[in-house]
Design a protein around this ligand. Structure first.
Ligand SMILES: Nc1ncnc2c1ncn2[C@@H]1O[C@H](COP(=O)(O)OS(=O)(=O)O)[C@@H](OP(=O)(O)O)[C@H]1O
Length: 209
């Protein structure tokens, strides 16, 4: 990690840390007062997104419906499949709470980040003790992309959306499989809401895009 001088903060992003058993201990031994930010979204949608990403690199892999089950007739979900395992947020968080207090962790809603990017960014800036510099005026909704993009009003730079690999169309998944996955995740989600004191409302969602 680069050295930080007064008035600077060092930021590093590695999505896999949250689900890596050794990470909390290692990070704690490096910096006990570090602030941690975790972006979470409905684990069912997350699993499909994860699968979509793998599929784009390896088109020959089995269908999502096949990979999701150990035994589909018995409705036995394959929780060892990483796309499913990563969404067991409560279990991963348990590891982090052995080393860090909840006050050092900010959970950003992936769903809210899409509908209200400025609102979520306000929370991030407050959490980091920064003045709110990034606000509504920095975002616009790009209809072609179907997501918010950055306007960059301060400089004359062109607007910037995330790359093609972010916000891809997901394959259609059998609604019965989605239903089973929602049931599977529900107790873990409830545990996660309880642990974080935040209700991410994943049970209220109509569909999984
Ligand atoms: N503004 C904006 N533009 C595009 N995409 C957006 C945006 N905000 C959130 N998202 C959602 O971010 C999802 C991709 O994030 P990842 O977690 O895969 O990214 S990363 O691997 O951590 O870099 C990506 O998931 P998919 O839709 O499955 O591709 C998006 O739904």
């Amino acid at each position: 990690m680069p050295k930080t001088v007064d008035g600077q903060i060092t930021m590093e992003k590695t999505p896999s840390y949250f689900v890596t058993n050794e990470a909390p201990k290692r990070i704690h031994s490096m910096a006990k007062d570090i602030k941690l930010i975790v972006v979470v979204r409905n684990p069912v949608t997350r699993a499909i997104s994860d699968y979509t990403q793998t599929l784009s690199k390896k088109p020959e892999i089995p269908t999502f419906e096949v990979l999701a089950f150990k035994n589909r007739t018995l409705g036995l979900i394959d929780a060892s499949w990483s796309a499913i395992r990563i969404g067991l947020y409560a279990l991963h968080l348990e590891n982090w709470l052995q080393f860090f207090p909840l006050s050092q962790i900010l959970f950003v809603s992936g769903e809210r980040l899409i509908v209200d990017p400025a609102g979520e960014m306000a929370k991030v800036q407050d959490f980091l003790g920064l003045t709110r510099v990034v606000t509504e005026k920095h975002f616009y909704f790009n209809k072609t992309k179907g997501f918010p993009c950055l306007k960059k009003p301060e400089d004359s730079g062109a607007p910037r959306c995330l790359g093609k690999s972010k916000g891809r169309t997901h394959p259609r998944i059998d609604p019965d499989v989605i239903h089973r996955l929602r049931k599977f995740y529900k107790p873990f989600n409830m545990m996660f809401y309880q642990m974080t004191g935040q209700d991410f409302q994943w049970e209220q969602e109509e569909g999984d895009k």
